[in-house]
Every structure is written in C-alpha cells, then in structure tokens.
Design a protein around this ligand. Structure first.
Ligand code: AR6
Length: 191
C-alpha cells in the first residue's frame, strides 16, 4: 500500500467490494441497473437491496438515467461499506474532448457526497478504465489531480458549492491488479 498527502490518500490492489471504508464508489452506467466489471461485482456482493434502491432512484430522481459525471448514493447491502456511491464515467472518445472534465466530475461529485454525509473514508475503482476504454495513464492524472484539489480545499473559480472535505480522512484508490496500480503510481500528480 502506497500513501500520499500525509496518509490521506492510499493506493491498494484488490477487490473493491471487500474494502472496509464508509463509501465504495461504483463505476456504473447511466441505467443504474447493473452491468459487468466493478458494477457487477458490487451488485453481486451487495445483494438485491442496492438494486432495489437504484430502481427507485430511476423511478423518482433519474427517469432518464444518471448523467455522465454525476453521482448518487445508495446503501451498501451486504458489503462491509456503509454506502455505495454510483457514478457514471465517460466512454473514451464519445464526449467530443470533454472526457477529462467528465471523469473529474465523477471523482469530485462522489467526494462531495461523502463529505456531505460526514463520511471518513471512501474507496474508488479506476473509473472508466475498463469497458469504457479510458487510457489508464490519462485517468491516473485526472483521478489524482481531482482528489488532491478536493482534499486541499481548492474551490473552482465561480463555484459557490461548499467543497470542504469535512470529516473525510482517507481516499483509497483500489486497483484490480498490481500492473494497473503501477500505471497509476507512474502517472499520478500527488508529488
Ligand atoms: N474491484 C476493483 N477493481 C475492479 C473490479 C473489482 N471488483 N472489477 C473490475 N475492476 P469497469 P468502466 C477494475 O469496466 O470502464 C460496467 O458494465 C477494472 O480492471 O468496471 O467505468 C458498467 O455497468 C478497471 O480497471 O468500469 C458500465 O456499463 C476498472 O475497475 C461499464 O462497465 C473499471 O472497469 C463502466 O465501465
């Protein structure tokens, strides 16, 4: 396990469904109704309760689906985490050059939900770098810059949202393989 920003950021390898953190982030699709990869693993391990809440979110707040870059929380069913934050990453090459901005939105909006709920820890998978085809090197830059800015309390100019990290003490990046973690460790912007 590698650490950055005085231990507030950790990089680890494993199955994200097993992480003992307050919030686990799901690399979902806009249907919120499940899929493969991280999404499939979270719904499989977490059980029906998560899917039932996702269906309710579709019926109420997101009849057209969750837009790319946005995030929404449900409970975590049987996972050791307290909640799951579902976010929809960009599909590489499908957003007319706005992919980095949208990927950053995924991280920032997930962090805002966690901080808003007073959570202390959150674990992210490498959003968009699987089926959605985002290059891992590029994704590492975006994921690290966005988390660093958030933890350091930088607010985007003109953005009046409260972006305080609040009680958030630990942000964990969970990679499925050591090779993926190594790509991140070669390309992050924490130092
Ligand atoms: N724990 C940690 N990382 C994982 C796990 C796991 N259990 N499983 C896969 N990864 P992906 P995306 C890694 O495809 O690119 C789904 O079908 C994987 O190696 O899960 O955002 C959704 O429903 C990769 O590095 O997410 C969407 O339709 C990373 O997690 C679509 O895939 C992300 O891969 C979203 O695609």
């Amino acid at each position: 396990m590698k650490e950055f920003l005085n231990g507030r950021v950790r990089v680890t390898v494993g199955d994200i469904t097993r992480e003992r953190v307050d919030a686990v982030v799901n690399a979902a699709n806009s249907s919120l109704l499940g899929g493969g990869g991280v999404d499939g693993a979270i719904h499989d391990a977490g059980g029906e309760a998560i899917l039932a809440e996702c269906r309710e979110l579709r019926r109420t707040l997101y009849p057209e689906g969750l837009p790319t870059g946005e995030a929404v929380a449900t409970s975590a069913g049987r996972l050791p985490a307290r909640c799951v934050i579902h976010t929809v990453g960009p599909v590489w090459g499908r957003h007319g050059g706005r992919e980095a901005e949208l990927l950053a939105n995924c991280y920032r909006n997930s962090l805002l939900i966690a901080a808003g709920r007073g959570l202390a820890s959150i674990a992210f998978p490498a959003i968009s770098t699987g089926v959605y085809g985002y290059p891992r090197e590029e994704a590492a830059r975006v994921a690290s810059e966005t988390v660093a800015k958030f933890l350091q309390g930088e607010t985007a100019t003109g953005d009046e949202r409260d972006e305080s990290a609040g009680a958030l003490r630990e942000v964990r990046y969970v990679f499925f393989s050591q090779a993926d973690a190594d790509v991140f460790l070669r390309n992050h912007k924490f130092d």
